[in-house]
Design a protein around this ligand. Structure first.
Ligand code: SF4
Length: 183
């Protein structure tokens, strides 16, 4: 069980969009250090195949138990996601398809935060060395006034996520998520 940061009464609530359980490790810790009470939101219709989606969700559930935060799992519809990125299938990782992918996921997270009355929003996406934090933050701030523009990979953030995964022997995926990036 995670020990520490139970100053719930004085903490600000944040809805954290979580792309995978591994990434949640260092990010949840960082947000708590900065005075936020985290509710996790797993919304990733980009993930191909359904079995892979379930596997990643299971790791997030394990992370929520270990780190003691509430977790909400959003809906999963990979077909609808593929329609959103139609015409961008051949884009390289980090290109235009990824921008749309970030927007789809952050839009749903922003809607969820509003529905729950949670003022602040953040995303684990920026912890990856393959992801462009300024781009993610620009999209997030466009969609939600409460979006927190972190670059979670900084200050050893990425290494901490890897340490967390290793410590708990988590499943580590070998591709970003979609079938186009999987090639
Ligand atoms: S490579 Fe990753 S970020 Fe880019 S579209 Fe695919 S799942 Fe989304």
């Amino acid at each position: 069980m995670y020990k520490g940061y139970h100053r719930a009464a004085t903490m600000k609530k944040v809805l954290l969009h979580i792309c995978c359980g591994i990434c949640a490790g260092g990010v949840v810790e960082k947000l708590r250090q900065d005075g936020y009470k985290v509710t996790g939101y797993f919304y990733n219709p980009n993930i191909y195949l359904a079995e892979e989606y379930e596997r990643r969700l299971e790791v997030v559930r394990d992370a929520s138990r270990l780190l003691d935060f509430e977790l909400i799992a959003g809906p999963y519809n990979n077909i609808v996601w593929q329609e959103r990125v139609q015409g961008l299938e051949e884009e390289p990782e980090g290109g235009k398809r990824c921008s749309v992918c970030f927007r789809v996921r952050l839009q749903k997270a922003a809607d969820k935060a509003r529905e729950l009355g949670i003022k602040y929003l953040a995303s684990t996406l920026s912890v990856s060395p393959h992801k462009n934090a300024p781009e993610i933050n620009n999209i997030g701030q466009e969609l939600s006034k409460g979006f927190l523009p972190y670059d979670f990979k900084k200050q050893n953030g990425f290494r901490k996520t890897m340490d967390f995964a290793k410590e708990h022997n988590f499943y580590r995926q070998h591709y970003c998520g979609c079938k186009f990036g999987r090639k």
